[in-house]
Design a protein around this ligand. Structure first.
Ligand code: AMP
Ligand code: GLY
Length: 423
């Protein structure tokens, strides 16, 4: 089989690596890919939003299966574009990717189908939002309705901050049209857990749990980022939590989408908060998480292409999804200054240390091949993942492996997975 992966970050590198392990696959292409992906796939210089070029490429090269990693193309209807050309593609159609594409939609869905989430109201005008805030309890959370690179969520401690937040989102339009509508919701506290799942429209199979570290600095200080590291499994995702989510959240979401005429096939990523009153859905994503994928896929036993095909064909019930009884930790190596200002173009040394090692991985997020060698080309540069018998061992291994890599301005958090000590 020939497989095309759409995207070019650490998540897509992990996807390409896992797809390369499939017995069914002879050749992988990745659009646009990156320097690390180029070691295992042929990178194609087409952007993820260039649907016409992508479908033409898939036809010309007789691609058997396309896998979409990123949210923008999914929400923009890339799956519909491929299907219209008779091409096989893994991911939700546009009418189902709205589960991630509109927070107002997903909140209304949860309310209608009694799926546990924070209490909320949707607002279409800044005047109504401001009026509501006059009497609302603080702290409170404001969310831009549309995609905002994971940055459209404002946690506001005071009424004044919240009023300023409405201005930022709805009047100054910091995230463009994504802020035409906003969700204002109850502030919740608790542990956060990410749960990824495969869905074929009817059946849902849960992968193992993971946890992301979104803040830039140790101790969860600093600005929000695209993710500075992850670990899997989460020790806070207990049997009780799993049973609750199976009863009230996972299948309920798949059934709700079907009942709405928006049958969902692909990945649903459940962002959960484990509150005192039980698990609550913080958000849905319609794709693999980044960098959750970098710790989940190295633990997955199945041939992932078989699972993708079962989702497309509606035969997921016949798949026995299995994960290793081990743990994985991913530490992101970033450019100092990320997520604000940072320099790029520095040579990355030590990548060869990861060759021929089964328990250590270096997934590229922002790198570029030049005449001088592979250089840094983004805020998040690499994700160093290691497995181990348990989380402590995986964490020690991952931090050991971060020492094998060197580049100017290398920055990382030193406490990825530290929360597990408290579990
Ligand atoms: P989201 O993109 O909706 O997952 O929000 C990004 C982050 O904001 C989450 O991972 C949480 O840390 C935080 N967050 C979102 N909603 C809430 C909430 N209702 N209460 C507390 N924190 C929240
Ligand atoms: N790691 C969170 C996300 O992929 O949205």
């Amino acid at each position: 089989m020939k497989v095309l992966v759409v995207g070019g970050g650490g998540r897509e590198h992990a996807l390409c690596w896992k797809i390369s392990k499939s017995k069914k696959v002879d050749k992988i292409y990745c659009a646009p890919g990156n320097a690390g992906i180029g070691e295992i796939a042929e990178c194609v210089p087409i952007g993820a939003m260039e649907f016409d070029k992508l479908t033409a490429f898939a036809k010309e090269n007789a691609i058997d299966l396309t896998v979409v990693g990123m949210d923008d193309p999914l929400v923009g209807g890339i799956v519909d574009a491929f299907e219209a050309e008779g091409l096989r593609v893994f991911g939700p159609r546009k009418n189902a990717a709205i589960l991630e594409g509109s927070k107002a939609f997903s909140k209304d869905l949860m309310k209608k189908y009694n799926i546990p989430t924070a209490a909320y109201e949707n607002f279409h005008s800044p005047e109504d939002a401001m009026k509501y805030l006059e009497t609302a309890d603080m702290p409170i959370v404001l969310k831009a309705d549309g995609l905002a690179l994971g940055k459209g969520v404002l946690i506001c401690n005071t009424r004044q901050e919240a009023m300023e937040g409405v201005k930022t989102l709805m009047l100054d339009k910091q995230f463009g049209d994504a802020g035409n509508t906003i969700v204002i919701e109850e502030f919740m506290t608790g542990r956060e857990v990410s749960v990824l799942s495969f869905v074929d429209g009817d059946t849902i199979k849960i992968m193992t749990s993971a946890q992301d570290h979104k803040r830039a600095k140790d101790g969860d200080q600093g600005l929000n980022t695209g993710g500075m590291g992850t670990f899997s499994p989460s020790p806070f995702y207990t049997k009780e939590v799993d049973e609750f989510c199976k009863k009230y959240i996972y299948q309920a979401t798949v059934d709700a989408m079907k009942a709405e005429g928006r049958t969902f096939k692909g990945i649903i990523f459940f962002g959960l908060m484990l509150t005192e009153k039980g698990p609550r859905v913080l958000e849905y994503n319609a794709r693999f998480g980044d960098p959750e994928t970098q710790v989940v896929l190295p633990r997955m036993k199945n041939d992932i292409v078989e699972v993708f095909e079962a989702c497309i064909d509606g035969t997921l019930d016949q798949i026995d999804l299995q994960f290793e009884d081990n743990a994985a930790v991913c530490v992101v190596l970033a450019s100092d200054g990320y997520p604000e200002k940072y320099e790029k173009g520095f040579v990355i040394r030590g990548l060869e240390n990861f060759k021929d090692k089964d328990d250590y991985f270096v997934f590229h997020a922002g790198s570029k091949r030049t005449d001088a060698g592979i250089v840094t080309n983004g805020g998040r540069v690499l994700g160093v993942t290691a497995t181990g018998a348990n989380l402590k061992e995986a964490r020690a291994n991952a931090y050991k492996a971060t020492e094998w890599i060197d580049f100017e301005n290398k920055y990382m958090r030193h406490d990825i997975g530290k929360a597990i000590d408290e579990a």
